[in-house]
Design a protein around this ligand. Structure first.
Ligand SMILES: [Zn+2]
Length: 497
């Protein structure tokens, strides 16, 4: 009874972990891939988010087996599972007929999804569609060992399938089973994901009936041990059941949305506090939005929580900002905002918005706002909330650069956002490194800004596997008097956020 791949509960470290004989779990930064070594060849379940990430996965597989990769299976159409298909040109790519349809129909939505979270695509890599599709069930014989692929209902997406290796009791359920954190619930603006139709709960019961010894899911750590797996599936069944019951009870009382969220969150506090339902990426609040939306027939087909979720960006009142705006000048704006940001971020934000309302073409003010917004994202959990700040910071940095292409504070922040995006989307670090380097070369950055530049340059080199440069920059991200202690904190600075 154990968790598999102990490094990082949710985010992965780009390593391939042996789970059982012939079974491996690859922990990409955002999503996982399963690797099954069968007598007739290697089967890869899900291919990461881009061809670049798929290529890294292929290299990691080549280091443990010289058998050819004969089959790729996509558990569903989402980009973080099918985005690396192009890296496996010699394999047969298998998915459900619905997955093939969505890969074509929702290609554009993949980009909207990323943009919702403040992520910047450098280029948009194509997704190679499946070369073989099925509906319902498919037995795949790979040199005498049989994998069962089947659909078991609508879960995070309607097209999902699972992969089951019966002789080894290994289950790869895609995103239908969350192993450590709060489950992903579907794209925020699409009519998919958790719905009040009982299908996801039925899916979890079907998974329980398989009696798996290993679960390698689409995200997070793997699970090992029949009892542990059953307990996890029971927890998810109870969570979804209680969530809908609590939301419907409030709807019957006509509770307005804002109060409904608080009431249901309180009622489900035992889940919110549960150590294995960490709300690091999504949160219980989003589950409540989903359930609310789904339980109201008048909201059907109107998108999901995305269109009624209130903004999480905190602002101060206009009255609070007014006396500051009355005295601040072109010359004092930067120092004033920096001082405010230290003790009251929302006020710094509101002052800048007020200033920009009167001076919309002031590049430095847009860049300052980008800086305040980006730094505010650091302490915010779940990540989906933090990304709202990052998306806003990217908009402001771009506005600044449109007015002044050499604005160093905008270059710095957009460079940091580029690197964060390249980590999540598995793209090249070069554009982010170039922007931050240009900002550093322009000189005259504050100590805090130089350390921020060094930290993100360190991360960029870490993700391109250049250890020495990574250490050199991360050391500079520390205060000068503390640098001798770098070996002691190296592990922490290099840990995956
Ligand atoms: Zn996923």
């Amino acid at each position: 009874m154990a968790r598999i791949a102990p490094t990082g509960r949710q985010s992965g470290d780009l390593k391939l972990y042996p789970v059982a004989p012939d079974v491996y779990l690859y922990r990409g930064f955002f999503s996982n891939s399963g690797v099954l070594v069968l007598p007739g060849g290697v089967v890869v379940v899900d291919t990461q988010i881009t061809p670049m990430a798929g290529e890294r996965l292929r290299k990691a597989i080549a280091a443990v087996t010289d058998k050819p990769i004969t089959h790729v299976i996509n558990t569903h159409y989402h980009g973080d599972h099918a985005g690396g298909n192009l890296a496996f040109p010699d394999a047969e790519i298998i998915a459900t007929a619905e997955t093939e349809r969505y890969i074509h129909e929702r290609d554009e939505e993949r980009l909207d999804y990323a943009r919702t979270f403040g992520l910047q695509f450098q280029d948009v890599p194509a997704v190679a569609p499946p070369t073989r599709t099925f509906t319902g069930k498919l037995s795949l014989d790979v040199g005498g060992e049989v994998l069962e692929l089947f659909q078991a209902g609508r879960v995070e997406t309607p097209d999902a399938c699972v992969v089951w290796w019966p002789s080894r009791k290994v289950l790869l359920p895609g995103d239908g089973v969350a192993t450590v954190s709060y489950p992903y619930l579907g794209v925020p603006f699409l009519d998919e994901g958790l719905q009040d139709d009982g299908q996801w709960i039925e899916f979890l019961r079907t998974m329980k009936g398989l009696g798996a010894e290993y679960v390698l899911a689409g995200h997070g750590q793997g699970l090992q041990g029949k009892e542990r797996i059953e307990a996890r599936l029971d927890l998810l069944i109870a969570l979804f059941t209680d969530l809908f019951a609590a939301v419907k009870e409030e709807l019957a009382k006509n509770t307005p949305l804002a109060e409904l969220v608080l009431a249901v969150d309180a009622k489900l506090a035992r889940y919110a506090r549960h150590k294995d339902l960490e709300q690091n990426t999504v949160s219980q609040r989003f589950a409540i939005y989903r359930a609310y939306n789904s339980a109201r027939p008048d909201r059907r087909g109107k998108g999901w929580w995305h269109d009624f979720r209130p903004s999480v960006i905190k602002r101060a009142s206009a009255e609070e900002a007014k006396p500051i705006l009355e005295v601040v000048t072109d010359q004092t704006l930067s120092a004033t905002v920096r001082g405010l940001a230290k003790r009251h971020g929302p006020l710094a934000h509101t002052v800048l918005e007020g200033w920009l309302a009167a001076h919309p073409d002031h590049a430095a003010a847009h860049a300052l706002l980008a800086d305040v917004l980006f730094d505010s994202a650091a302490g915010i959990s779940p990540v989906v909330d933090a990304t709202e700040y990052i998306a806003a910071a990217a908009r402001e940095a771009k506005a600044a650069l449109a007015l002044d292409a050499t604005c160093k504070l905008a270059l710095l922040n957009l460079g940091c956002i580029d690197i964060w995006s390249a980590m999540v989307l598995a793209q090249s670090m070069a554009p982010g490194i170039a922007r931050i380097t240009a900002a550093l070369e322009a000189g005259d950055l504050t100590t805090k800004q130089r350390r921020k530049a060094a930290f993100f340059l360190g991360k960029a080199h870490q993700f391109e596997l250049r250890d020495e440069e990574c250490d050199r920059w991360l050391r500079q991200a520390m205060p000068a008097w503390l640098r001798f202690a770098y070996p002691l904190v190296r592990h922490k600075l290099r840990s995956i956020p």
